[in-house]
Design a binder for this molecule. Sequence first.
Ligand SMILES: O=C1O[C@H](COP(=O)(O)O)[C@@H](O)[C@H](O)[C@H]1O
Length: 266
Amino acid sequence: MALYGAHKDRGELRIHESLDELSTDLAAYVAELSEVSVKERGVFTIALSGGSLIGLMGKLCEAPYNKTVDWAKWYIFWADERVVAKSHSDSNYKLAKDALLTKVPIVPSHVHSINDSVSAEQAAKDYEFIIRQLVKTRVISVSETSDCPKFDLVLLGMGPDGHVASLFPNHSVLNEKDEWVTFITDSPKPPPERITFTMPVINSASDVAVVATGIGKAKAVHSAINNVGPDCLSLPARMVQPTNGKLVWFLDKAAASKLDGAQLSE
Ligand SMILES: O=C1O[C@H](COP(=O)(O)O)[C@@H](O)[C@H](O)[C@H]1O
């Protein structure tokens, strides 16, 4: 049985007994946001991450969602990407393509992956240009409080070190405020070259979900939600705090095992 709750200022918590239960809930959540967004705006703009999150989204490709979701209205982006060939096993695009995008009728021209034949710096510039074009044509909304794009949903994983997208603890790009998409060439987790949404773009989304599972992430979940530890305020996962949007944490029991102070109910 899942436990649902809210932390006073760290968003909604959904703590699941098993990965199967979490996957079922995650699919229902994404499908519902898609329905609302398509009804309100005619499109659904979703930014994916890589890692374990993608496997946990598999139920979206199964009944009923494979038939009920309006896939033709989806526009897909990546909150972060490794600067490797799209056919490389490290590519977040390849991961999503193999697990999701080839299994449902998404329009190929709505899938916005990075240019994998240029440097990380150029790939970040090119990606920001694509997003700017789609903001101009109003496929992507604009934040009411900044000039940032406002994605309908940004889906984030979280590393055991508390990184989200490719924003790693203590890295200077965490403080990037001007660019929408930036790059790093010294990722502490391989591969070293990556592009990533900046924190203001993540925090401008209508909805942001962080998905974290396993005991290895319990300490970072605790710091990010309960504000513990000397550096918690600069922990990337702690810095995820949508300005006008909603934040939801999808956790399994192991990842949630160090949490305190949450009001939970079944
Ligand atoms: O390198 C990355 O890691 C994070 C977390 O991955 P996980 O396998 O521990 O869930 C992921 O969210 C990010 O997109 C990816 O590039």
